[in-house]
Write a protein that binds this ligand. Structure first.
Ligand code: F0G
Length: 463
């Protein structure tokens, strides 16, 4: 932990503002708030001061890539001109961000696209995109002198908060739905020293309870309803555009759960557009699992009845992609704004589509956790529907690392992920042998003869 070095001479000014157009109440950023005190609307952090010109910003951010100063090396704090944290603050960082943007040939072929880029947020310090938001939220928790940081979680927010709280030396409590969090995510939170509170019920129940408690006690809630989390996560859009040398893709596709991530990308792109850093915005589309899709239902309902815009929570969501098993997303209004402003779309994919897409991403040598694979499954569907064209420039965001849920992956490859008639198309089972040299050599010879580890193999197996 250390203060910024070499920050701006005059740091920009920020306020918190209600996003509801008939309210827009404003608050200082020193106030511990999650929603508007006037109307209960979500809060945005808004820049009120001046920042350097687009050209100057691009050059400052590129220069910092060559710096050895820890906060220049963080993929979040490198963009500190657009973050609402004062230069003399104590920053809590694990050198998050700077995640790879991969060309994924097999995934592209699977989707019938000429090319497809995957921005792998699973390559963050705790293995998910949450770290880019958590570094800012936990820094703000220190600024506000919070006594305890807390969240409700399907596992990744918890692991991330636990790590950053440990770095900050802050007590931390996480609430998770008992029996519905992968072993790896739970193990992370325990190792980082968080108090892990396992609750009967689902994520939405945990979320409602923790919101109530954090109104009463001096607890700092860092779910994505917290606008400082969104600020950190929006920098991923900046980093992506830098990696693309500021050439805007046609489509950006994101998995949707509590809908903080899509909100953050939407805010990032809106701000870059307003600052003249980019000349247009990509279409931002959100993919949900069939069994946990309140946002997709809202989208459908709204396209039939444009005067209706109210999210109906799902009481009993169910998807094996446990990270996004959410029925009452807290940030839906901001995610709606992102999709609506950029004329993107919201769709769902089924469990088999998610599982197969995940295996295909694995075959690219990249891999991800199940929730992330909704993107590739969704892109494939959009191409089939003619909404995306083969030559379109498409980026999908992978949100979590392959090792986050090995139980799911093991079951996929052994054919036990689904009961009943659902086939897993890209199974890869261990080959059991006695250990005799001759027997193993026979296996090797067969592998050499088959030589089928190429994209054609995927095409063949899909038939
Ligand atoms: N992908 C992964 C791997 C996630 O962990 C989450 C959310 C999402 C996608 C959805 O992102 O909520 O911003 O729309 N995980 C939260 C958690 C809910 O508690 O870890 P979102």
């Amino acid at each position: 932990m250390a203060p910024f070095a070499g920050g701006n001479p005059s740091p920009p000014q920020f306020i918190q503002r209600c996003i509801e157009s008939n309210c827009h109440a404003e608050y200082s950023i020193e106030q511990r708030l999650y929603v508007c005190k006037e109307c209960g609307g979500l809060l945005d952090i808004v820049l009120t001061g001046k920042i350097p010109s687009a050209a100057a910003l691009k050059s400052i951010w590129t220069d910092r890539r060559a710096s050895f100063e820890p906060f220049d090396r963080s993929g979040v704090w490198r963009f500190r001109e657009v973050l609402p944290i004062k230069n003399d603050s104590t920053i809590v960082s694990l050198q998050e961000g700077n995640t790879p943007l991969y060309e994924a040939q097999r995934s592209a072929a699977y989707c019938q696209l000429d090319s497809l880029k995957l921005k792998h947020q699973g390559c963050n310090p705790t293995g998910s995109f949450k770290d880019t938001g958590m570094t800012v939220a936990v820094t703000q928790a220190l600024i506000l002198q919070s006594k305890l940081v807390a969240c409700a979680s399907t596992g990744n927010t918890a692991a991330s908060l636990a790590a950053y709280a440990a770095r900050a030396g802050l007590p931390c409590a996480i609430m998770v739905p008992s029996g519905h969090v992968s072993a790896a995510k739970l193990a992370q939170s325990l190792d980082y020293g968080a108090a892990v509170i396992e609750v009967q019920g689902n994520f939405d129940g945990c979320m409602a309870t923790i919101r109530e408690i954090s109104e009463e006690l001096p607890v700092y809630l860092v779910n994505s309803i917290n606008p400082f989390r969104i600020e950190g996560q929006k920098t991923v859009a900046f980093e992506l555009m830098e990696q693309l040398q500021w050439r805007v893709p046609d489509h950006l596709v994101i998995p949707g759960g509590n809908l903080g991530n899509s909100s953050a990308f939407g805010k990032g792109f809106r701000e870059m557009f307003a600052a003249g850093l980019i000349e247009r915005q990509p279409h931002i589309s959100v993919v949900q699992a069939d069994g946990a899709s309140p946002f997709a239902k809202l989208y459908d309902e709204h396209s039939r009845h444009p005067d209706l815009l109210k999210l109906e929570p799902e009481r009993d969501p169910h998807t094996l992609a446990s990270a996004i098993n959410i029925g009452a997303p807290v940030s839906w209004q901001k995610a709606w704004r992102a999709v609506n402003e950029t004329t993107g779309t919201v769709l769902t994919v089924n469990e088999a589509e998610i599982a197969d897409a995940k295996a295909v991403i694995g075959r690219d040598g990249i891999g991800c956790e199940p929730a992330s694979a909704t993107t590739v499954a969704g892109i494939r569907k959009l191409v089939q529907q003619g909404i995306l064209k083969s030559g379109d420039d498409v980026v999908a965001v992978l949100t979590g690392h392959l090792l986050k849920d090995t139980d799911y992956t093991g079951k996929y490859h052994s054919g036990t992920l689904f009961s009943g008639a659902v086939e897993t198309k890209f199974r890869n089972q261990p080959i059991n042998v006695s250990g005799a040299v001759g027997e193993i050599a026979t296996v090797f010879r067969r592998l050499i003869d088959e030589r089928e580890y190429n994209t054609d193999e995927l095409a063949l197996q899909q038939k």
